[in-house]
Design a protein around this ligand. Structure first.
Ligand code: ADP
Length: 638
């Protein structure tokens, strides 16, 4: 911190550290950070996507963005609309068609002209109306005069009423029919339009004609007045953004395709039995640039023709979830906080310490060595919660404390669930955290994306009647079988026990809570099996996570930080993790003193730490180590 060095672009990791968490940024708070005007310049990371957007805006190409939620897809689409020329904007008017009331006419005029035309029509109608009223009164005067002369002729009075009624009715009808419906008004538009049609139903996307409950009898609204624009028309000359494109129903996808192809699309009533369905306008322009988005799944489920249309006439781009942790990126993240504060408008600015804490959180959330998260919607959520806390206390600035508080408040559902789960298990004493037990290992798993739980595994070995089987229950069966297979190769080498003649029962204690990722439990299963097979107890004050190769190497797994924190919360004091994951550990300060982390690279090291009962254990570990030696030799030769 406080370093004077100004670093540019790609710095090495050492330099990165030297520049401090703020990347050498010399500011007191986010107030001192300038926020760029253009949205496209506010985008953090995503350089590739940003370049594509700029290029696509110039060439008016469609873009497909694939990536995680909250990484800036809609932000980039909006930024694209700001890059498109505004001069081409058009207003669209819908007129009554005297030849066919059910096929309203459509006229396109330059931006701002639409309003003028409608005003002119209204003015004319007003004058006509005045004239008509004037004439009407003359008629009425004459009739009344005449009636006064021949008072007795009451019938004439009735005739007069008839005349008045007709005059009014004709007059008002004439007005509505003559004034066009200003469907698209771009008069006040500062940039090309941006329309987010994510989750839009057919009517909102493609336009609609309202139902008219009074279809006749002089009360009806003329059909052209019931026409409503769709997002595709509102996005004319601008950007139409659709996230989760695969959730759009197939018919709408097909129509969207037609709209893209033709650059214009007639509006008709979308609900089939309504009077609106009889109406169909002349084509309405919809010359938009489409930005479709979704995750990889979305791409697979989307209408292939639509996808190939976008692909053929545009770009496909991946969004990054993380970015390399450089001083420059950290400075940009500081600017991101400034942007979010400015965008919200009510949050107190962040102090230097508070900015640092958010950046550290971005590191933590990346879950990857030397990277920062780019899931900035979520990080923005943290910024807002922290700012709200500061605001509620009438503070002038948002401080580091506020950020820390916000972090504990803005936990995901999974985290809350996992905490609750840990608490309940403590109540029932399901998490054993002391003593030693044969065949029982405290494993660790991830729930959701960002919370860990302790997942105990129990193994029991029994002689088999027929060929030996691995008997496991639930969703983790396959993983258990694989883990046993991997470990069996190792066991064969050091043990007299032939596991092919034994049944191995594996039970995941209370794994039923769903969403548990079991892939990383294979060293747990292996350890439990070896313990059961050799009758050597396992220390219960520790937990472990790691994947196992056939050679006994411990391979890296995901979510180590969350797993370690879960172990600490459950009252365990030691945790074994793969050495390859050592750099991914970013646990909260409060846990640092509570738990010892032991990185390992081979199953023999796992057993060395986990097995209790000295003599048996030592001989077993020695035997295993000798195998390791051989394995290493073989690897060198191979
Ligand atoms: P997506 O469309 O990918 O789900 P959004 O573009 O809606 O994500 O992002 C939501 C908000 O998160 C944005 O309005 C912005 O405040 C912030 N954000 C997301 N990604 C970025 C980014 N790459 N740069 C700056 N801000 C971002």
């Amino acid at each position: 911190l406080g370093s004077e060095v100004e670093l540019e672009g790609e710095a090495t990791f050492d330099e990165a550290e030297e520049a401090g968490v703020l990347g050498g940024l010399e500011v007191e708070s986010t107030e001192d950070i300038e926020v760029p005007d253009r949205l496209v310049d506010q985008v953090i990371g995503q350089d590739h996507a940003r370049d594509v957007i700029k290029k696509a805006a110039k060439q008016r190409r469609h873009v497909m963005m694939i990536g995680s939620p909250g990484t800036g897809k809609s932000m980039l689409a909006k930024a694209m609309s700001q890059l498109l020329p505004k001069e081409e904007l058009q207003d669209v008017l819908v007129y009554h068609n005297p030849d066919d009331g059910n096929e309203p006419k459509v006229r396109t005029v330059p931006a701002g002209k639409g309003e003028q035309i409608v005003d002119a029509h209204k003015e004319e109608a007003r004058k006509r109306n005045q004239m008509r009223t004037f004439l009407m009164w003359i008629i009425i005067a004459i009739v009344i005069g005449y009636a006064l002369i021949i008072v007795q002729q009451i019938l004439l009075g009735i005739l007069a009423a008839g005349v008045i009624y007709l005059a009014f009715r004709y007059g008002s009808r004439g007005n509505d029919a003559m004034i066009p419906n200003l469907l698209i008004n771009t008069a006040n538009q500062q940039t090309a339009p941006f329309k987010d049609a994510t989750g839009a139903h057919a009517g909102a996307l493609l336009g609609d004609v309202r139902h008219d409950p009074f279809q006749s009898g002089g009360m009806e609204t003329p059909s052209h007045d019931r026409v409503e624009s769709g997002n595709i028309h509102e996005a004319n000359k601008g950007v139409l953004f659709i996230d989760e494109i695969n959730t759009l129903d197939v018919r709408s996808q097909q129509k969207l395709m037609t709209a893209i192809q033709e650059g214009e699309f007639s509006i008709t009533g979308q609900s089939e039995r309504s009077s609106g369905a009889m109406v169909q306008t002349e084509p309405v322009p919809c010359d938009f640039t489409m930005v479709a988005a979704g995750n990889l799944d979305a791409m697979e489920n989307m209408h292939p023709a639509l996808r190939s249309r976008i692909k053929g006439y545009g770009y496909e781009v991946y969004m990054d979830d993380t970015i390399e942790d450089t001083p420059e990126m950290r400075r940009k993240l500081a600017r991101f906080i400034a942007q979010e504060v400015e965008k919200d408008g009510r949050l107190p600015h962040f102090t230097r310490d508070a900015i640092e804490e958010v950046i550290l959180e971005a590191r933590r959330r990346a879950g990857r060595k030397g990277h920062l998260t780019l899931k900035l919607r979520e990080l923005g959520g943290l910024v807002r919660v922290a700012g709200d806390i500061a605001r509620a206390e009438d503070q002038e600035m948002t401080t580091r404390d506020d950020v820390l508080q916000a972090k504990s408040r803005s936990r995901s559902i999974e985290q809350q669930l996992a905490d609750d789960y840990i608490e309940r298990r403590k109540d029932y004493e399901l998490t054993v955290n002391q003593g030693d037990v044969i065949g029982r290992v405290n494993g660790l798993a991830v729930m959701g994306e960002d919370s860990g739980i302790v997942l105990p595994v129990m193994a029991e070995v029994a002689p088999s009647q027929g060929p030996g089987q691995v008997i496991a229950t639930g969703q983790l069966k396959e993983m258990a079988e694989e883990a046993v297979q991997n470990v069996s190769a190792i066991i064969k080498k050091f043990s007299d026990e032939d596991i092919s003649e034994k049944d191995i029962h594996i039970q995941f204690v209370q794994a039923g809570e769903g969403g548990v990722d079991g892939d990383s439990a294979s060293i747990t299963v292996a350890t439990a099996v070896i313990s059961a097979l050799e009758d050597i107890p396992i220390e219960q004050h520790l937990a472990m996570t790691g994947s196992l190769s056939v050679r006994g190497d411990v391979l890296p797994v995901g979510g180590v930080t969350h797993k370690i924190e879960a172990a600490a919360k459950s009252g365990l004091d030691t945790v074994i993790i793969p050495k390859a994951n050592e750099q991914d550990v970013m646990i909260e300060e409060e846990y640092e003193d509570q738990i010892e982390i032991i990185p390992v690279s081979h199953i023999s090291e796992v057993l060395d730490v986990a097995l209790a009962g000295e003599p048996e254990k030592d001989s077993l570990v020695d035997r295993l180590k000798s195998i390791t030696g051989k394995a290493l030799e073989q690897r060198e030769v191979g």
